[in-house]
Design a protein around this ligand. Structure first.
Ligand code: F6R
Length: 616
């Protein structure tokens, strides 16, 4: 899940590569590096740590070269260090490579290359690639790359360069790879061609791009891009126009991307739902589902939702919603688990896959398993053109704009909103719910962006309140029914950005074990809305209070009774049970964010994490 970039132009490319790497830093930040081509050599600089370390390292260098590649790393093979940082070269200094992915047979290849006299200087899987290409290189880079990649096993995206050839070759076999022609879009950029892992790195130079598919490569010259398959056959591809604004990828005055993204939720939720229903008719309009809706879902008897992390929590909410609005049997599984068991999937399975990035390797593998077994794949995704979307039978985009903060926030609430629409759609199409019921929920859904704005007004209170919890070692998050996955999500947010241990539990499970943990030192964050398990949740909280536990509750506005059991209460507007997860999520995001900031944590780039997990 590294970020890679290559640029070939008519002006010095070093600053453009550094700029592109910064835009992809969320993909990994263990080390960074750059290689520039002269007429008879490479100039390579690499540094452990974030891109600013590399930037400082090259600040006084005179780098006027017009061809180069760059890399920002999330370590998989080999510790974060300068020697393991990309770009990697062969020992004869012919070929330089940046890679995103994993070469599964690298040990075997290393062995073979060693026997041919190659010497290696890193612990990475990537280093075998330049050596292997160098073995085949006779002056024509594309043909050497083609021969070498036939021997690679795994999932990889590469940008390869050779000073002897003076072109770049971009390859995709798994992780994303986008190429485009720079359009003189900013003073000083000039013309040229560019390849990168991510649209964010390219956006400032061009809005017209090619998304390479698996098994495709691009040969980049200063003013041309030649697309071929791995056998060298030319391929025609459609140019995709990107409409994202570069401003969307900046912080807008917020201290962190995560904070900005939390506060964007009124707008992002509006964008997610807009145009997707007819209120008067009490109907959902998801044109995206047309290919699978035609048989009125009668061809399905089973729904299986899959995802990883935060998106998996959305799946759990989705199960609750689809069960409520249909007669379908619904299951949920982690992508990483499903891919290694023998799930019962067939042509009567509606397989729903949720992913912000659309590139998560485990989710992608689970999707492929489902497709192989005959399931119909509907994905709920944020990144247009991502791999998951291109392999799906239908895609419902969450439309919440780029999410840069590593901890997912606005993508999660957008996923919840899409799931409400999808479940209602299934309910309406199968006749399980009436137009009136659908209209009633839609009426509330329209108001959700506004209600989220109201909840966000508690930011200052939550900031002050959260100060008192920065020294805690452990937290328990409790919820029941549809709010249980939100307890899991609240706990995940706290642990991933503040490094405080937090666990989510269904409140009813307390007495079966976790109640033994209760003490005045472990605060309990509870989600208590006035639904069918309200009374039962209050009883669970009484049991906690009786054991000296400190209870913080997020409850409905107007709920007077909660004050009798909870030590602190934050309120959210009272809405239908199916919409409560969206509102309850907001105070939990703010709480986790402020605790992490009070602790001085790197909120946007928490340790050991990366935004897009494109490896197993
Ligand atoms: C947590 C978080 C991760 C992701 C997970 C799946 O805040 O962001 O748990 O939700 O890695 O990523 P996507 O949604 O891109 O498939």
């Amino acid at each position: 899940m590294c970020g890679i970039i290559g640029y070939i132009g008519d002006k010095p490319v070093a600053p453009l590569i550094i700029d592109g790497l910064k835009k992809m830093e969320y993909r990994g930040y263990d080390s960074a590096g750059i290689a520039l081509l002269t007429e008879n050599d490479f100039i390579v600089h690499r540094a452990q740590g974030k891109i600013k370390v590399l930037e400082k390292l090259i600040a006084d260098e005179k780098l006027s070269m017009t061809i180069g590649v760059g890399h920002t790393r999330w370590a998989t093979h080999g510790v974060p260090s300068e020697e393991n940082a990309h770009p990697h070269r062969d020992d004869k200094n012919k070929i330089v490579v940046v890679q995103n992915g994993i070469i599964e047979n690298f040990l075997e290849l290393k062995d073979k290359l060693r026997k041919l006299g190659h010497e290696f200087s890193s612990q990475t899987d990537t280093e075998v690639i330049p050596h292997l290409i160098a073995e085949y290189f006779e002056g024509d880079l594309p043909s050497a790359v083609r021969k070498a990649i036939r021997e690679l096993k795994g999932a990889f995206a590469l940008v390869v360069a050779s000073w002897e050839d003076q072109r770049l070759v971009a390859v995709r076999e798994g992780p994303p790879m986008i190429v485009g022609r720079a359009e003189n879009s900013r003073d000083g950029i000039g013309s040229g061609t560019i390849a990168a892992s991510d649209i964010a790195a390219i956006l400032e130079h061009t809005r017209s791009v090619y998304f390479l598919d698996d098994g495709e490569m691009a040969v980049l010259d200063e003013d041309s891009i030649e697309l071929t398959d791995f056998d060298g056959n030319a391929i025609e591809k459609e140019i995709t126009k990107i409409t994202w604004n570069p401003i969307q990828a900046q912080k807008d005055g917020y201290q962190h991307f995560m904070q900005k993204e939390i506060f964007q939720q009124p707008e992002s939720l509006r964008d997610t739902i807009i145009g997707r229903f007819d209120l008067e008719a009490g109907e959902i309009i998801l044109d995206e589902l047309a290919p699978i809706e035609k048989e009125n879902y009668s061809n399905f008897n089973h729904v299986l939702l899959t995802a990883c992390g935060t998106a998996w929590h959305a799946c759990l909410v989705g199960k609750y919603l689809i069960e409520k609005f249909s007669d379908l049997r619904v299951e949920v599984d982690y992508g990483s688990e499903l891919r290694y068991r023998d799930p019962k999937i067939d042509e009567r399975t509606l397989f729903i896959s949720i992913s912000q990035s659309g590139e998560t390797a485990d989710t992608l593998a689970a999707n492929r398993t489902a497709k192989e077994k005959g399931g119909t794949l509907v994905s709920i995704c944020n990144v247009v053109g991502s791999t998951i979307t291109r392999e799906s039978d239908a895609v419902i985009y969450t439309r919440c704009g780029p999410e840069i903060g590593v901890a997912s926030t606005k993508a999660f609430t957008a996923q919840l909103a899409v799931l409400v629409l999808l479940a209602l759609n299934i309910g309406r199409v199968t006749g399980k719910i009436s137009k009136d019921k659908c209209r009633e929920i839609l009426q509330e859904l329209i108001e959700i962006p506004q209600l989220v704005r109201r909840v966000l007004k508690q930011d200052a209170d939550l900031k002050e309140f959260s100060k008192h919890y920065r020294d805690k070692q452990d937290f328990l998050y409790l919820g029941r029914g549809i709010n249980y996955p939100i307890a899991l999500e609240g706990a995940l947010k706290l642990k991933e950005i503040s490094y405080i241990h937090a666990e989510g539990y269904p409140a009813g499970e307390m007495k079966h074990g976790p109640i033994a943990l209760i003490s005045s030192e472990m605060p309990i964050m509870t989600l208590v809305t006035q639904n069918n398990v309200y009374e039962k949740t209050l009883s669970n909280l009484m049991e906690v209070k009786a054991r000296d536990g400190e209870v913080i509750a997020i409850a409905d506005e107007g709920d007077e009774r909660i004050g009798e059991v909870a030590d602190h209460v934050f309120h959210v507007p009272k809405v239908s049970e199916v919409l409560s997860p969206i509102l309850l999520t907001i105070p939990l995001q703010l709480f986790a964010y402020h605790v992490a900031v009070h602790l001085g944590c790197d909120v946007d780039q928490p340790r050991n994490l990366a935004k897009s997990v494109t490896v197993e």
